[in-house]
Design a protein around this ligand. Structure first.
Ligand code: GDP
Ligand code: IMO
Ligand code: MG
Length: 427
């Protein structure tokens, strides 16, 4: 019987999920993306080549992998075309891709609305990626959304698009903004529908058949658990749930089919966009980390905020996801830092706590309590086994394992596919 492994972002996104998914795809049969849209930016490096994917699953570079875009995604059809075009231009032609007929689509006016809602929030803006993700999920839940299946049914598209555009018009026009010409948009969507028609299917049926056939399935997370609309730092979150719990719903399988969950975590912490971030710091060390780690958003190029590793966050994330493995990423970036701080609890108004307060203002008042661990100076970017890691590096990993009571099964020491050490095979 195959395994069904969820790759979960364990912080605020950009943990290296794309790299790990591409790496693990070697031993998998299927890669599924189940939520989010092109707010995600996943970087993959191999054979001196570098790719950024936003919608298409990171198994796409492996011709034997079946790549699925699940029903819980919100897909911008124009961005999807661009990404398919990028693959073509890069000579990536031999792939298997399937798109759920139940996934919702992101339209140009969702992007306008995203910007508008951010403006209304003023100083309290979320700092979204401005890809229209929130408004597209709003329309889904309001039952005025347009789905992938509509793109290949002209009658259905006309009806659904009309309702969708009319709903958006009310808000945009009240704010002195115009909306795109209906017929132009309709015709463009019909055209795109015909281009992507070969990929569109009922991916729940497909996925369940593959599971029955004993295939190894990899669910590639997007965003991070701290951006979860339920369990994250609300309201500074995304509009979906990037947790393992959301995977069955968003891909059309039973919850009991998930066998493993790997938490992908940086050896430190980053965040893009606004919102509470207790271990954030900005000094020379942070600048070095940003430079060495190339900490600039894959989607928006915004400089990422930098912080020390926060084990209170990881404890919370372990609980809500049921993490049974950890992948520690970008460990090489910490090389040369003399003293490494790790947050083990918070001080909230004089009291020590080890949980994430639900109340946003309470969480903002939390001050991190750190332990200090000795750093290392040895270059670790070329190591090929765990044993080759410097003593202090092993000690850093062991401290994480001991406090979280979770095994580190993958260590990443560079962006390339090859710069990865597996301690225990999941597949
Ligand atoms: P994702 O959104 O979780 O897929 O992560 P991103 O691709 O947005 O950001 C992770 C960044 O770290 C990318 O630039 C990767 O190429 C890079 N990266 C991944 N693993 C490592 C690592 O072990 N070391 C270094 N130096 N970079 C890494
Ligand atoms: P990957 O998959 C990092 C953040 C945005 C913003 C908040 C809401 O690459 O890890 P949205 O556009 O989703 O409404 O923005 O969520 N955000 C991410 N941050 N990585 C991502 O994806 C993100 N996707 C959304 O910066 O703070
Ligand atoms: Mg990213």
């Amino acid at each position: 019987m195959g395994k069904r492994l969820v790759v979960v972002g364990s912080q605020w996104g950009d943990e290296g999920k794309g790299k790990i998914t591409d790496y693990l795809a070697e031993k998998a049969d299927v890669v599924v993306r189940s939520q989010g849209g092109n707010n995600a930016g996943h970087t993959i490096k191999f054979n001196n080549r570098k790719f950024a994917l936003h919608l298409i699953p990171s198994g796409i570079f492996n011709p034997k992998i079946i790549n699925i875009m699940g029903n819980g995604m919100v897909i911008n059809p124009f961005a999807l075309l661009e990404e398919l075009e990028m693959l073509k231009n890069e000579g990536i032609k031999d792939y298997n891709l399937y798109i759920s007929n139940r996934a919702h689509i992101v339209l140009p006016h969702h992007i306008e609305l995203d910007a508008l809602y951010e403006t209304i929030k003023g100083a309290d803006a979320v700092g979204t990626t401005k890809k229209g993700i929130g408004p597209a999920y709003m329309d889904k839940v309001s039952r005025v959304g347009v789905r992938i299946s509509d793109l290949i049914n002209p009658e259905s598209l006309r009806k659904r698009l009309k309702i969708n555009v009319d709903s958006a018009r009310v808000i945009l026009e009240a704010n002195n903004q115009t909306i795109e010409n209906f017929e132009d948009l309709y015709n463009n969507l019909i055209e795109i529908g015909q281009i992507i028609k070969p990929y569109i299917t009922d991916t729940s049926v497909l996925l369940n058949n593959l599971i029955e056939d004993g295939k190894n399935i990899l669910f590639e997370g997007a965003q991070g658990s701290m951006l979860c609309v339920d369990h994250g730092t609300y309201p500074y979150v995304t509009s979906s749930s990037p947790t393992a719990a959301a995977v069955p719903l968003n891909s059309g399988i039973s919850p009991y089919l998930i066998t493993d969950v790997i938490g992908v975590t940086k050896a430190y912490t980053t965040r893009v966009g606004a919102g509470v971030f207790p271990t954030e710091f900005e000094d020379e060390i942070a600048k070095t980390i940003r430079k060495i780690g190339n900490e600039y958003g894959t989607t928006t190029r915004r400089p990422r905020r930098i912080g020390w590793l926060d084990l209170v966050v990881l404890k919370h994330v372990k609980r809500i996801n049921g993490l049974n493995n950890l992948a520690i990423m970008l460990l090489d970036v910490l090389t040369g830092i003399e003293e490494l701080k790790v947050c083990v609890s918070y001080n909230l108004d004089g009291k020590e706590i080890d949980y994430i307060p639900a109340d946003y203002f309470e969480y903002e008042r939390c001050k991190p309590n750190y332990i200090s661990l000795p750093g290392w100076n040895e270059d670790i970017t070329k190591i090929s086994s765990f044993d080759e890691l410097p003593k202090n590096c092993k000690n850093y990993l062991k401290t994480i394992e001991d406090i979280l009571k979770t095994k580190v099964t993958i260590v990443s020491v560079g962006p390339d596919r090859k710069q990865t050490v597996t301690l225990k095979n999941i597949f």
